[in-house]
Design a protein around this ligand. Structure first.
Ligand SMILES: Nc1ncnc2c1ncn2[C@@H]1O[C@H](COP(=O)(O)OP(=O)(O)OP(=O)(O)O)[C@@H](O)[C@H]1O
Ligand SMILES: [Mg+2]
Length: 290
């Protein structure tokens, strides 16, 4: 396997890591304003990969999926990771969300080095601070939309009344309050995904991870899902990290990281390139000396 070179966005990586952020997502400290940024302008860095490497054994071959990759991601932005199948997008997402650990390097989330947490602490961290949305919706067939959203809130220790209130608020936010009593079989793909987003949102997570959330949807529904994710980032100050190879999604992201062969090849802001939304500009990533 060819040795890979770590690349990253210059600005965020030169800034210090934030201290752990507590409380509600909106309660975020403001950093120095930066005229070149828009969406998450001034928001702290909330996710960081520092020289992370990850490989898998496939038969007798070791596959180097990520090698010395560094990246920093801000709160209040919808950051998109795009790139060809197998380039390591989901692997990077799983390292930054603490679902897997890197072979080398560090994954930081909300100012916490995830490698320093034991299994139980990691589970707690994910429960309290993260929400996940997947391509396949992952809804329980026997539960109504309201019950799907309410279920994880019980694990957070909320009583039935409060979890029901929060579930309805979250369903309302994704335009699904009217369908609260519907079962998955009675919902369209787009509606199911909105319920899945409400389920993640109801926990009021500071970090929201979405892996190919629009892949199973038509253009209109995919668009709605991305609009919702974008709005969540803006209105709640949530860090939304979304993996997608859907080119239609790109123009709606605040920032796009293009991956190839386990490296970040491009790091760009679509809103700063009007008319060029589908054409990534040349890389603004910088090499980190080995
Ligand atoms: N647990 C594992 N064991 C072995 N190989 C793995 C494992 N997880 C991922 N891989 C391999 O690592 C590479 C990157 O996988 P990853 O799922 O991160 O790709 P991806 O960019 O998300 O692709 P896609 O767009 O198809 O979802 C692939 O070649 C995959 O087969
Ligand atoms: Mg994937």
């Amino acid at each position: 396997m060819t040795t890979l070179t770590a690349m990253t966005a210059p600005t965020p990586m030169n800034e210090p890591s934030p201290r752990a952020m507590h409380g509600k997502p909106n309660a975020m400290p403001n950093a120095t304003p930066n005229a070149t940024r828009q969406a998450g302008e001034g928001a702290p860095i909330s996710l960081e990969a520092r020289q992370v490497s990850k490989s898998f054994l496939s038969g007798v071959v070791r596959l180097h999926v990520l090698q010395s990759l560094s990246i920093a991601i801000r709160a209040a932005e919808l950051t998109l990771i795009s790139g060809p199948s197998g380039c390591g997008k989901s692997t990077l997402l799983s390292l930054l969300s603490g679902l897997q650990s890197p072979d080398a390097g560090q994954a930081w989330a909300l100012g916490q080095d995830l490698g320093r947490l034991n299994k139980r602490q990691l589970e707690r961290f994910r429960l309290q601070h993260t929400g996940f949305v997947f391509q396949g919706f992952n809804l329980f067939p026997a539960l109504t939309a309201r019950e799907q959203v309410q279920l994880p809130l019980g694990y957070l220790g909320l009583d039935n009344r409060e979890s029901a209130r929060r579930a309805m608020l979250a369903l309302d936010e994704v335009g699904m309050a009217q369908r609260a009593d519907a079962y998955p079989a009675q919902l369209s793909g787009g509606e199911k995904q909105r319920v899945a987003i409400a389920r993640a949102l109801a926990k009021e997570p500071q970090l929201l991870f979405a892996d190919e959330p629009t892949s199973a949807l038509d253009a209109d529904n995919g668009q709605k899902i991305i609009d919702i994710l974008h709005r969540i980032a803006r209105s709640h100050g949530t860090t939304v990290l979304c993996v997608s190879h859907d080119p239609r999604v790109v123009r709606h992201a605040d920032r796009v990281l293009t991956m190839e062969d386990g490296m970040i090849r491009n790091d760009w802001l679509p809103s700063r390139a009007p008319g060029l939304a589908d054409v990534p500009p040349p890389a603004r990533a910088q090499e980190i000396p080995a």
